[in-house]
Every structure is written in structure tokens, then in C-alpha cells.
Design a protein around this ligand. Structure first.
Ligand SMILES: NCc1[nH]cc(CCC(=O)O)c1CC(=O)O
Length: 316
């Protein structure tokens, strides 16, 4: 590879939350190890600014990504670093996801300051979460649990927990671990029951499609994790076919195994009454087709009706 692509300082666009900065630093370290110079450029997004509304009310498209995408387009940064889960399923035609970084454990977890907190099926505790998927799955598996909104970055949510705005907090393990709060974990949900949101635990790197091909190649080489990439292609194809953003209670998790790739995914109605979930297995090269096929199966089983009733309820 030509040395000269590495003479360029890679400006890394990131949100300003501590988790976002951790992820951007992590990408920067990998780029430095590959010989690049790096610089972080902090960009605030609508999702950071509007904290008094739940995400499904702000609108699902690009709340955490749009301002970063503008910076890519205007050439203020070479790459943008996102939590893969926050990236809309179809990205604008002039941009592309050039890499997916190695995934962390994917599970949802419960945090509490009370080490004796037990999540039992009949529990009637109040859990802080703003995710439609988590709320609906809790209704399904823990019908007596109540939920309370907990928007904001991890530190804000922990403060709400400290103020006893709820008894416990439900989050992705990945962010909790990266921020060093794993000592507060009192419950880890199994990934086959609380299937995570597509992309959970992975970091996606976005760039302009017209970035120099040599540079793109070098960025991919430094940052992409092949196994994660294959799984994310399957999960994102599922999400795209479901036409659901982060405000739809769908879920998908792909894993590589000896025979290729397997993907489990589905959707749950907001009241937790209907859960559709299936698993497909296929060769790795068909990861995207498999994700699409799974989504079509779920839509045909009644997933389309669940989506329709959610949209009607929200007046969309
Ligand atoms: N906007 C929510 C969001 N996006 C990414 C993470 C956590 C880290 C990850 O899943 O990669 C979170 C918080 C959470 O779900 O607990």
C-alpha cells in the first residue's frame, strides 16, 4: 500500500458523550497502530440535544448520526464513529459504512446500586429504559415489571438511578463495560430471550463514498473485524427489510459457527402479547440474503401487522 495515504491526519467525527469518546479513542488507537495520525472532532447530534422526549417521539431516522453525516459530506472529518445500533438501516447514497469494529458482548443487563437486587419473573420493580424493544420484551417475560423513561447518556441515566427515579436500569452490556460500570450489574439477560437490537455492541465507521480508494482500503484494514462485519451485514439486512429504525421493537443477532452464519431475529408487539422469533442458518457469503429472508418470514408471520399497529398508534 502507498505510504502517502498515511501522511494524512484522519479527522474522526464523534459525539461528545463519554461512551462515544471511548469508542472514538479506540478507533484512533487502532489507526495510530496502523501508522495514521488522528484528531477527534466532537459534534453534537439531535439525540444529544433533545433529552425530554423518548426516541420514538423525536423520530427514528438518524437522531445520533445526522450531524456527523453532514460533517463527512462537507469534508470536516474523514470518518465518523457510531454505535452500530444507532446507525439507520439505509444510509445516504453518498456515504458508506467502511468498517465494523470487533463486537463486545451483546447482552442486555440490569444495573442496581443494591447488590441484592433480584430480577424475578413476578418482580414488580420499576426499570429505567427508553428502548421500545426492552419495554416490550420486559412486558412479555416480566409482566409485572414497570418501566420509566431514562433518556440521556450513561452518566445521566446512572444519576437518575441514584436519585431513585427507578429501582434498576436496563442497558447494553457493551456500554456499561466500556464505561467501567460493570460492578453494578445484577442481572444479565440471555441473548436468546432478550435478543439484542441489530448491531448492539459493535462500532460502525462511516465515510464518504468518494474518499480516495487507497485510503478507504487502509482504514478498513486498520479498523474492520471480519467476523463482526459478516454478522452486522446479516443483522442490518434484516433491519432494512423490516423497515424499522431504533424505535421499532425488532431485534436481530447473527453469529458465525462451524457451518456458516446463523441469525436469530424477530419483533415483539408493544404490549408484549405477540412475540415472533425465528433462527436461520446459511453460508457466510449469503449473510445479507439470510437477514432479508428472516425479515420476510417474520413479516409474513404477522410482523407486518405489528409494525402497522405501532405506526397507527403513533399517528404515522
Ligand atoms: N443510543 C443507545 C445506545 N447505543 C449504543 C449503546 C450501547 C453500546 C452498544 O450497544 O454498542 C446505547 C445505550 C444502551 O443501549 O444501553
Amino acid at each position: 500500500m502507498a505510504e502517502n495515504v498515511k501522511d494524512k491526519t484522519i479527522r474522526i467525527g464523534t459525539r461528545g458523550s463519554k461512551l462515544a469518546l471511548w469508542q472514538a479513542e479506540n478507533a484512533a488507537e487502532k489507526l495510530q497502530a496502523a501508522g495514521f495520525k488522528t484528531e477527534l472532532v466532537i459534534i453534537s447530534t439531535k439525540g444529544d440535544q433533545v433529552l425530554d422526549k423518548s426516541l420514538d417521539k423525536i423520530g427514528s431516522k438518524g437522531v445520533f448520526t445526522e450531524e456527523l453525516e453532514v460533517a463527512l459530506r462537507e469534508g470536516q472529518v474523514e470518518i465518523a464513529v457510531h454505535s452500530a445500533k444507532d446507525v439507520q438501516s439505509s444510509i445516504p447514497a453518498d456515504l458508506e459504512l467502511v468498517a465494523f469494529m470487533e463486537r463486545e458482548q451483546v447482552n442486555d443487563v440490569i444495573l442496581s446500586f443494591d447488590p441484592d437486587f433480584k430480577l424475578e419473573r413476578e418482580s414488580n420493580a420499576i426499570i429505567g429504559t427508553s428502548s421500545t424493544r426492552r419495554k416490550a420484551l420486559l412486558k412479555k417475560y416480566y409482566p409485572n415489571i414497570g418501566t420509566a423513561e431514562s433518556r440521556g447518556n450513561l452518566q445521566t441515566r446512572l444519576r437518575k438511578l441514584e436519585e431513585r427515579q427507578f429501582d434498576a436500569l436496563m442497558l447494553a452490556y457493551a456500554g456499561v463495560y466500556r464505561m467501567g460500570y460493570d460492578n453494578l450489574i445484577v442481572h444479565t439477560f440471555p441473548e436468546d430471550e432478550f435478543v439484542p437490537a441489530a448491531g448492539q455492541g459493535s462500532v460502525a465507521i462511516e465515510c464518504a463514498k468518494n474518499l480516495e480508494p487507497e485510503l478507504k482500503k487502509a482504514l478498513k484494514q486498520a479498523l474492520n473485524h471480519t467476523e463482526t462485519h459478516v454478522c452486522l451485514l446479516a443483522e442490518r439486512a434484516f433491519l432494512r427489510t423490516m423497515e424499522g429504525g431504533c424505535s421499532i421493537p425488532s431485534f436481530a443477532l447473527a453469529r458465525l459457527n462451524g457451518e456458516g452464519v446463523s441469525i436469530t431475529g424477530g419483533i415483539v408487539s408493544l404490549d408484549g402479547q405477540t412475540l415472533l422469533q425465528e433462527t436461520l442458518q446459511g453460508p457466510t457469503v449469503t449473510a445479507e440474503e439470510l437477514g432479508e429472508e428472516l425479515a420476510n418470514i417474520i413479516l409474513n408471520q404477522g410482523g407486518d401487522e405489528i409494525l402497522k399497529s405501532i405506526r397507527t398508534e403513533r399517528g404515522e
